[in-house]
Design a protein around this ligand. Structure first.
Ligand code: SAM
Length: 454
């Protein structure tokens, strides 16, 4: 039989090295590779050279297969037609200069795509005629008469797949039709991700795009709220993370907790369960540092993540603590300037702890205190036995009851303190040992109401 492929010591009809370059094969290292109509195994040899993990070549010609096996003993060659394909799926399948030998060419392409792994690619090298009509055109060659598709025909055949025309292949002497290289893979559904923080207009952007395009839109807020209401098949850990301090006005905080506690996979699985089989849009805030994790989760669910990114529309509101600081400053600035809080009592530091409880691993204290200037002291620290602990956060609160009782000119003398503690602290022991200092003046905490831990 005539020599077809070309090797260093055997020149055939085909310039195999040039064809190899034109195929634009993906990197084959650690991949599985199947060459259908492999001839003497030139391309299987290349897969072995690149370190493919499994290499199989099939050709109906016993002679070519024997020659291939002699050249590349490390490769599995089988003398068989493509009506019977080797077991398993392949990352890369090559069908070069052979499709025109198939009785049903479209069926062979479908069968080969069916043998691809989820991210696999079928590398097709084939003659394509110039006709503008979607036809299989009979072409008389020196040796025989075969059917070749026009480009519109190929578009029809590949309509269900994702495919890319990689460019022309080599021209061979006596070729009646130019050869092209086309990569074909399974079409994977897309997941459009809108992950910006609250206030970016995610719902408006999504609502303007996806319903019109017939793409289902899934809301992360709705799912998180359903979990909080117990209307979802979430694990106890996810329910707990979402319900802890849940507010429908700050669902972003619940989502932050979910990702921080490595429960993002489960939340996204709940969303994907609503997604159906096709493309989907997901409107869910995801903390920026978790975007890569989110893409990986979506890819695990068989979707290609497409991230939609845009800037914030309008000014961001002040952060909570800064707003509190500015609002308090404004409130105190309204005091008459000639009597900044001075009242006719003997001002020493006075303060009371009304309530103590543990919330989210923090010791919380609520009470009131007045410094010698009639205002809530700036410095508050806690003594627990011999330990002095600085408050994490001092939130000022209005106490009209204290204002009235002491005849103060304003009511901003209440506080809520957040104090970091070790996890296993005993609340009643804390209360026994507790001393609170306002601007360095210690006050014994008495008559404290102890709230059950949350
Ligand atoms: C033109 S050669 C191309 C060889 C190789 N793919 C290349 O591009 O260098 C076509 C090859 O397809 C093989 N072939 C033809 N019909 C086949 C079939 N039904 N099943 C498997 N191989 C077939 C032939 O034996 C031949 O080796």
């Amino acid at each position: 039989m005539a020599q077809y492929q070309s090797f260093p010591g055997a020149v055939g009809d085909s310039r195999s090295l040039d064809k190899l370059k034109a195929l634009h094969l993906p990197v084959l290292a650690d991949k599985s590779f199947l060459d259908v109509g492999c001839n003497e195994g030139f391309f299987c040899g290349f897969a072995a050279f690149q370190g493919a993990s499994r290499i199989v070549g099939i050709d109906r010609s016993q002679l070519f297969v024997e020659r291939a096996a002699a050249r590349f003993p490390q490769v599995d060659f089988f003398a068989q037609g493509w009506d019977e394909l080797p077991d398993g799926q392949f990352d890369v399948i090559l069908l070069a200069s052979a499709l025109h030998y198939a009785d049903d060419q479209a069926a062979l392409i479908r069968t080969l795509v069916g043998k691809l792994t989820a991210n696999g690619v079928l590398v097709l090298e084939l003659g394509v005629t110039h006709s503008a009509e979607p036809i299989w055109e009979a072409v008389v060659r020196g040796i025989d008469r075969r059917l070749f598709p026009s480009m519109p025909m190929l578009r029809e055949v590949l309509g269900d797949y994702a495919w890319k025309w990689m460019g022309p292949s080599i021209r061979q002497d006596g070729d009646p039709v130019a050869r092209q290289v086309i990569h074909v893979s399974r079409r994977r559904p897309l997941a459009y991700l809108l992950m910006q923080p609250p206030g970016y207009g995610k719902s408006s952007v999504a609502g303007g795009l996806f319903p019109k395009a017939g793409v289902p839109l899934i809301s992360g807020d709705a799912e998180v709220s359903a979990v909080a209401r117990g209307e979802s098949r979430a694990s106890p850990a996810l329910v707990e993370a979402i319900r802890r301090d849940f507010s429908p006005y700050s669902i972003d905080k619940a989502i932050q907790r979910v990702f921080a506690e490595q429960l993002g996979h489960e939340l996204i699985a709940l969303l994907m369960a609503r997604a159906g089989d096709g493309d989907v849009a997901i409107d869910v805030y995801v903390p920026h540092e978790q975007h890569e994790v989110m893409r990986a989760i979506v890819a695990d669910h068989g979707r290609i993540p497409v991230v939609l990114d845009w800037g914030r529309i309008g000014e961001a509101p002040l952060m909570e603590e800064e707003m509190e600081r500015q609002a308090n400053a404004y409130y105190l600035a309204m005091l008459p300037s000639d009597q900044p809080g001075a009242v006719a009592i003997d001002w020493k530091h006075a303060g009371v702890v009304d309530e103590v409880w543990i919330e989210r691993g923090r010791l919380m204290l609520r009470g009131w205190a007045v410094g010698s200037d009639g205002r809530l002291p700036d410095e508050v620290s806690i003594e627990l036995g011999r330990k002095t602990i600085k408050a994490d956060r001092l939130e000022r609160q209005l106490r009209p009851d204290v204002q009235q009782a002491l005849g103060l000119p304003h009511a901003l003398v209440g506080y809520r303190l957040t104090i970091p503690i070790t996890a296993d602290v005993d609340l009643s022991a804390v209360v026994r040992k507790l001393k609170v200092s306002f601007d360095g003046q210690a006050t014994n905490a008495s008559n404290i109401k102890v709230r059950a831990s949350q």
